[in-house]
Design a protein around this ligand. Structure first.
Ligand SMILES: Cc1ncc(COP(=O)(O)O)c(C=O)c1O
Length: 444
């Protein structure tokens, strides 16, 4: 009988010898051979060297349908002509000056117009900075240090974002910071109210991603986000939405869909037109704290904040992402999710997707997925299946995140989506004999 895991890995190795050679070289000077944990998968990630529309090409000339889009940021795919034109239009003028840069104004105006909670905005260089500065704004505004955040949530790589409830799992986080973090469970309002009842006078804000994408996409229950708003109001703490990813779900982000207006919103990814970006915005009185004319202002500097090329490309990206474009990618996301669900059923494997609009997550389990603990349990029971599936999808020309995360860009066609479903179906059937070895309960 074929050793399926070995066959998949061998095939991958055969297809990617140049990536392997470059990895060996890179590992001499960069730990693991790269500078991003999230892009790693064993035995080594393929080096992508060209992106065009929805197609990626690796160093060995293999082509892939890109269903990852640099973790959702390339909502218009690769090298989109409008975004290129905008970026190239800026380059001959030089890139950044130690002065305010005009291209950021129009993007700021557009975000203030579209996103319900955003009266004013400031730009930074990553979603990490966006959540970090939202938290700082909330702490300064309330004069308190505590932050409620959800178990298993991802908000970037600063200390507060990286801290988990298990000090063994995230070395390097100061104890003093841990004392100011109150962990709650997504979709469970009681777990938040318990902290607020006991410690509201120490808590500045509730930080939440309205649909936790990196958390495995549990979907917020009906009125959960409204419940968060009500609790924040009742206990007089601020509500911060991390919409670094979910901003793509409507012109005004997920807050517009849910009809819930947070006090502060962190943004990133799609607003940079493919370049490094972040932004945070919110109520005027909170954001005014950053006005340097104000004696008590919060310092927020950054050599590349509001970078002219990023802002020009970001404006083109946001303008092109109008509601019609969003509706189209959201529909494709739902077709993809249903196609994957049908594939699991047809292959007789207990799996499912969770999805919202253009975001899709694959789970190797049945049953309710209401929070990140549910997600983690499923992954644990699935052993090496998610990893092997990812590698097998790559062997068959589909690129997604190793953890089973998919998203749709505006340059994908319905034929692309159907192709991805067929490839997924074939890969599942191929993996099926191995599924029983990992966890026989996963066979229907
Ligand atoms: C919800 C969320 N917040 C923050 C971040 C951090 O953004 P960046 O990678 O730009 O620092 C991410 C990144 O994936 C994210 O998914």
């Amino acid at each position: 009988m074929t050793n399926i895991p070995q066959a998949i890995i061998d095939h991958y190795l055969e297809r990617t010898p140049r990536s392997q050679a470059l990895t060996t070289r890179a590992r001499r000077v960069m730990p693991g051979g790269d500078t991003r944990t999230g892009t790693f998968y064993a035995p080594y990630p393929a080096y992508m060297v060209q992106g065009s529309g929805s197609t990626l090409t690796d160093l060995d000339g293999n082509q892939y349908l890109d269903l990852l889009n640099n973790f959702t940021s390339l909502v218009h795919g690769h090298a989109h002509p409008d975004l290129l034109r905008a970026a190239m239009g800026q380059l001959p003028n030089g890139t950044a000056y130690a002065s305010p840069m005009a291209p950021q104004i129009e993007l700021a105006e557009l975000l203030c117009e579209r996103v319900p909670s955003v009266d004013m905005v400031r730009f930074c260089n990553s979603g990490t900075e966006a959540t970090m500065l939202s938290v700082r704004a909330a702490r300064a505004f309330t004069g308190r240090s505590g932050i409620i955040k959800m178990h298993g949530a991802y908000h970037g790589s600063h200390d507060l974002a990286a801290a988990t409830a298990d000090p063994e799992a995230d070395r390097g986080i100061p104890d003093g910071l841990r004392q100011n973090i109150y962990f709650a469970t997504f979709n469970d309002l009681d777990s938040i109210e318990t902290h607020l009842r006991a410690n509201a006078d120490k808590i500045a804000a509730i930080l939440v991603e309205p649909v936790p994408n990196a958390g495995g996409l549990p979907i917020p229950k009906e009125s959960y986000l409204q419940g968060l708003r009500a609790l924040a109001d009742r206990y007089d703490v601020l509500l911060i939405f991390d919409e670094v990813i979910t901003l793509r779900l409507s012109e005004g982000g997920y807050q517009k869909i849910a009809g819930v207006t947070p006090d502060l919103t962190a943004m990133g990814k799609i607003i940079g037109g493919g370049f490094a970006v972040g932004a945070f915005g919110g109520k005027r009185e909170i954001m005014q704290q950053f006005d340097p004319r104000n004696k008590e202002h919060i310092t927020h500097s950054g050599t590349f904040n509001g970078h002219s090329v990023t802002m020009a490309a970001g404006l083109a990206s946001v303008k092109n992402l109008d509601q019609a474009a969003i509706d189209r990618i959201n529909t494709f996301g739902q077709i993809l999710a249903k196609g994957f669900d049908d594939a699991f059923a047809e292959a007789g494997i207990a799996g499912q997707t969770t999805s919202v609009g253009s975001l899709v997550q694959v789970h190797w389990q049945k049953g309710e997925i209401g929070n990140m603990q549910d997600v983690a349990r499923g992954f644990k029971n699935a052993g090496d299946l998610p990893y092997l599936m990812h590698l097998e999808l790559m062997n068959r020309g589909v690129f997604a995140a190793a953890r089973g995360e998919f998203n749709i860009s505006t340059v994908l066609t319905e034929a692309d989506v159907n192709r991805a479903i067929n490839v997924f179906n074939d890969a599942l059937h191929y993996l099926k004999p191995h599924v029983a070895e990992v966890n026989a309960k996963l066979l229907l």
